[in-house]
Design a protein around this ligand. Structure first.
Ligand SMILES: Cc1ncc(COP(=O)(O)O)c(C=O)c1O
Length: 364
């Protein structure tokens, strides 16, 4: 088959599926054509974005602006922040847990049953001692189990992995309660990494957010770029405190850079994409997008319920949880099932009209 034919066929397929994209938290409403000229260069953000690099065709300056922006959203002064644009949520989580391990090599990682599948994998890769904590039925961590488990391991530092928007139900662990547990048990050595893949882009834009951010206890956070911001290339942002990052830095002569990132060669286009999205939409633009997504999520719950389907969602969540629907509906709408549940996520392309169609198919 000719190249043109192959490309046309693939594009048609992607285009068709993009119209039924309701189960994964990716904002498909974007237009980055203004950035296409950059596809003609070999750009690479190898090394620390806050230091020089011999690889001059980079977008480090823009990457630093993206890190500063996400740091401020996570309530950390930009001049106290360090971070970089990652390949996605998994790399950001690995970076955060790696940082926790470097600071507390004998720490135990506590994470909930509802943590993303990347977490147990990362803990295997990093060979970190860890304990899985029970979740409540709605996906939030079980605080009693957390309390009891930490209580019997009081001799070792706590590395807590907070779900700030769990994958299946959008649950946000109450980090105020977690800090109270640590206080109660007189734990002095602790580190908190937040997996805020999706909700890290929701909570800064709502009026009454659950506790989040560095002022509430985060030591590092991973936020996805291809989820709510929207990006044709998977990406994310990892942010931590500058003082911590210095602890893991190694200087590499070959690239004339400081080796603080997990990957060596890094995407230089994704920082541009994230920067461009915020430049064009502004914070107010994202606030409006989030408000509309939440309104559509409320509409979806109401529509499902009116058809006898017990849909629900957490506060400030665009993840609408439903009992596992028929396989045809799962396939057609690219829904993400797990055991007895599935969810639709009301990203901007999931309009009220689309919700009506999905509800019809799930009720069938
Ligand atoms: C809560 C959460 N964390 C982490 C990830 C991993 O993100 P990525 O697939 O970008 O590595 C996801 C992906 O869905 C997620 O939902």
């Amino acid at each position: 088959m000719q190249v043109e034919t192959r490309l046309a066929a693939l594009r048609e397929d992607i285009e068709a599926w993009s119209r039924q994209f309701a189960g994964y938290p990716c904002n498909l409403n974007f237009d980055y054509t203004e950035l296409l000229p950059f596809m003609r260069y070999c750009m690479n953000n190898v090394g620390d974005p806050f230091h020089d690099s011999n690889f001059r065709t980079n977008s480090h300056e823009i990457e630093r602006e993206v890190v500063a922006l996400f740091a401020r959203m996570m309530r950390l002064d930009a001049d106290k922040a360090w971070g970089y644009v990652t390949s996605g949520g998994t790399e950001g989580n690995m970076y955060g847990l790696y940082m926790g391990r470097e600071l507390f090599p004998n720490g135990v990682v506590y994470f909930s049953q509802d943590a993303h599948y990347s977490i147990p994998k990362i803990l295997r890769v990093l060979n970190m001692r860890n304990i899985m904590i029970r979740s409540q039925d709605d996906g939030e961590i079980d605080y009693e189990d957390l309390y009891e488990t930490i209580r019997i391991h009081r001799d070792v530092p706590v590395i807590f992995m907070a779900n700030i928007g769990s994958t299946m139900t959008g649950a946000v662990d109450d980090i105020g309660k977690v800090r109270a547990i640590l206080r109660d048990l007189a734990v002095t050595n602790s580190y908190m990494h937040a997996d805020a893949a999706l909700s890290g882009m929701i909570l800064p834009f709502v009026d009454d957010p659950q506790p989040y951010g560095f002022d509430a206890g985060f030591d590092s956070v991973a936020i996805s770029g291809h989820k709510l911001v929207g990006s044709p290339l998977p990406c994310g942002v990892a942010v931590t405190k500058r003082e911590y990052a210095a602890a893991v830095a190694r200087s590499i002569e070959y690239v004339g850079a400081l080796d603080t990132t997990l990957s060596g060669s890094r995407n230089a286009l994704t920082p541009l994409i994230l920067w461009y999205a915020f430049e064009r939409r502004g914070m107010d633009g994202f606030r409006a997008i989030v408000a509309e997504m939440l309104a559509v999520a409320a509409y979806a719950v109401e529509r499902f319920n009116s058809r006898g389907i017990p849909a629900w969602r957490h506060k400030n969540s665009v993840t609408v949880v439903i009992p596992r629907p028929p396989p045809e509906a799962i396939y057609k709408w690219m829904l993400a099932p797990q055991d007895r549940i599935a969810h639709i996520i009301t990203m901007p392309q999931v309009t009220r009209e689309l919700v009506d169609e999905i509800v019809d198919d799930c009720a069938a």
